[in-house]
Design a protein around this ligand. Structure first.
Ligand code: FE
Length: 337
């Protein structure tokens, strides 16, 4: 009898420690080096252990879906609002009602139902070859359909979520008919079939295969800050142009975080979410990723400051996520491969 009692006490102690284990499990699409030092600092400050699993954005969503409520993940860190919205729609996330997050993350850069919150923002302007394009020739995203760019434009493929979200912003501004015409014009202007990532578009412009493209600025910043002289030389031939400065502003998106529906360490995960929007974390994370902090008053990395202070489109990112499926159909219709 005494032995049984002792066993029960030990069992309940074990259960108790499992339930209160100060730990957060993260699924992140960020490369380990671009997030781990921050997580280690969080552990040093709070005593909460962090376990990190990194992978490709869409693969992480599939994994979460497969694991269901048995998933060990507490926090999902991924990029682009369309993907965060997809995670919410797939019921992989849950709402976080938290005063700090709602206060410091601007309303445009978090989900209206509190399922996801921006951690950094990223811009997708026009990048061009100043030797072949005069700045006076540039104006709006819409102008990329002009016949003056015939055979001079590079774009990555339409299956990329970055372009999908940029098109969603244009769709809100211009409606479906104009957006379809615009995309057909851009497709007609391509110098080669869409292929490769953002860095490949930059290299193609530098190599003279095309004269201008659409990319996220952190790819250009990465080439500039690279240890490789070849990369530096590519970046040296390129310039950033901020489109739509007289109307809706340049397209901005986010990298973001969401509490998983299956989270077993909710309180600690939310503590980490709060930490991610602290000034210290915002500064470090924005700098190593060459992105913009989302929290007002935190300075942007020098490499981005050199590109100027653009007017950003403040369209609701939730809306961009909601329009994603319609956008994919429109891109298909425009034969944007
Ligand atoms: Fe990227």
């Amino acid at each position: 009898m005494l032995l049984l009692k002792r066993c029960l006490v030990v069992a309940s102690l074990l259960l108790f420690s499992a339930a209160t284990l100060a730990q957060v499990n993260i699924y992140s699409s960020r490369k380990e080096a671009l997030i781990l030092p921050l997580l280690q600092q969080f552990t040093a400050d709070t005593g909460i252990q962090v376990k990190l699993l990194t992978g490709k954005d869409d693969a992480l969503l599939r994994r979460l879906a497969l694991e269901g409520m048995a998933s060990p993940a507490d926090l999902l860190i991924t990029t682009d609002v369309a993907r965060l919205h997809r995670a919410k729609q797939m019921q992989l996330t849950q709402a976080v009602d938290n005063g700090v997050l709602q206060q410091v993350v601007p309303v445009a850069w978090r989900d209206k139902d509190h399922h996801w919150f921006g951690v950094t923002s990223r811009a997708r302007p026009i990048v061009y070859a100043p030797g072949r394009v005069a700045v006076e020739q540039l104006g709006r995203y819409e102008d990329l359909a002009d016949s003056q760019w015939r055979g001079r434009l590079c774009l990555r493929s339409s299956d990329n979520v970055y372009n999908q979200s940029l098109v969603a912003a244009a769709l809100i501004a211009n409606g479906p008919e104009q957006t379809l015409n615009w995309m057909q014009g851009m497709v007609a202007n391509l110098s080669k079939p869409p292929a490769g990532g953002d860095t490949d578009q930059l290299k193609a412009v530098a190599a003279g295969i095309c004269d201008l493209t659409l990319v996220n600025t952190y790819y250009l910043a990465r080439l500039q800050r690279s240890d490789s002289r070849v990369d530096n030389a590519v970046a040296g031939q390129l310039a950033v142009f901020w489109p739509n400065q007289s109307d809706r502003g340049a397209h901005f998106n986010i990298s973001g975080m969401a509490l998983t529906k299956a989270s077993k360490h909710k309180q600690h995960a939310i503590a980490l979410m709060e930490y991610m929007v602290s000034e210290q974390a915002q500064r470090w994370y924005a700098d190593v990723n060459n992105e913009y902090p989302v929290v007002a008053g935190v300075p942007m990395p020098d490499v981005l400051a050199a590109y100027g202070q653009p007017k950003a489109d403040t369209v609701s990112l939730t809306r961009l996520g909601e329009l994603n499926q319609q956008v994919i159909k429109l891109m298909d219709q425009a034969r944007w491969r």
